[in-house]
Design a protein around this ligand. Structure first.
Ligand SMILES: [Mn+2]
Length: 323
């Protein structure tokens, strides 16, 4: 659905309820946390009580500064006041982990832009064509005939910039998104500051790790598929904090003819993570889904409990049919 109007049922609940629990997904990103923070700030301005909860962990460098604003559990005092739970940036209930049990029996609204085909909760504002959930939160604020304040505008711009790779994943016909962005800059958000929040502050080690990944790349199907891997030794030498997947994918996406990128990583003796990116036509989201993972058509991932070589071989075979 390309209609970004806020459903009446959601608008009414936001107006009528006094208390809101805002929840995002596990391993949160900039869009998830910024949606929660911006919607929370807006609701507080309307005189509402707001509780922000994230299951964490806060692994990504660009969102580290947001961690202090979040609780990890629903406080007992919130369980008997009939709050509306708003779950943001989550396609399936398992993405909120243990919090699913803690909100059982509560009234739940879902605001999301994933296309999982499955929905949970009582009220839905799910738009797979939205570039980010922050874009939908901007629509919610505007449905009250209000505009975001400076802080909210900064958060909303950060979310849409994060999920679009600073707008480079957007295609033609994205006018409404740029109109939203234009308004956010008028409300005080700075693209320059958001860019440096997203891409600045990296370590030399993070670039050296990318060098390792680049040196190991393997090319299949005339360069349409590029694969690489991170070893146990890399994890030991560089740590997760020096991973910078987005910068790595950007490097590979600049290679002529590439369509799909596969990044296989050692996480522990029993777990391998697999990141998938595509450029134009390959649906890596459905490939990830077939292995129990998730994501979008052009960016997805899953975890694998087996040897790295095994999953690499499987993926090469699968992509022979797609590429
Ligand atoms: Mn998102």
């Amino acid at each position: 659905m390309n209609n970004f109007d806020v459903p009446l049922e959601l608008k009414q609940s936001l107006e009528e309820k006094d208390s809101f629990i805002l929840i995002g997904h596990k391993n949160p990103d900039g869009d998830c946390l910024s949606s929660q923070l911006a919607l929370g700030s807006f609701l507080k301005r309307q005189g509402k009580n707001v509780c922000l909860i994230s299951p964490g962990p806060f692994n990504r460098l660009e969102i580290e500064h947001q961690e202090p604003y979040f609780l990890s559990h629903v406080p007992d005092t919130w369980k008997n006041i009939d709050p509306l739970v708003v779950v943001l940036d989550c396609s399936t209930i398992d993405r909120i982990g243990y919090l699913a049990d803690e909100i059982e029996g509560m009234n739940v609204a879902v605001v999301d832009h994933h296309d999982s085909g499955m929905s949970f909760g009582d009220i839905h504002f799910i738009r797979p064509h939205a570039p980010s959930v922050t874009f939908l939160v901007h629509k919610i604020i505007e449905s009250f005939n209000m505009e975001p304040n400076k802080e909210e505008a900064e958060l909303l711009l950060f979310g849409v910039a994060t999920d679009t790779g600073f707008f480079r994943h957007l295609e033609s016909g994205s006018g409404e998104i740029f109109q939203s962005v234009a308004k956010l800059t008028e409300c005080g958000a700075s693209p320059k500051e958001v860019h440096s929040l997203m891409y600045g502050g990296r370590s030399l080690k993070s670039k050296q790790l990318i060098g390792k990944l680049l040196s190991r790349t393997r090319s299949e199907y005339e360069g349409k598929l590029i694969l690489t891997f991170e070893t146990e030794e890399d994890l030991h030498d560089f740590g997760k904090e020096n991973r910078d997947s987005d910068a790595f994918y950007q490097q590979i996406q600049g290679i002529k003819g590439v369509e799909v990128i596969v990044l296989v990583r050692f996480e522990s003796n029993s777990e391998i993570s697999v990141g998938l990116r595509s450029k134009y036509y390959a649906d890596v989201g459905s490939v990830a889904k077939s292995f129990g993972g998730g994501g979008h058509k052009k960016a997805a991932g899953f975890t694998w409990n087996g040897p790295a070589e095994e999953i690499t071989d499987k993926l090469i075979k699968i992509f022979s049919k797609i590429l």
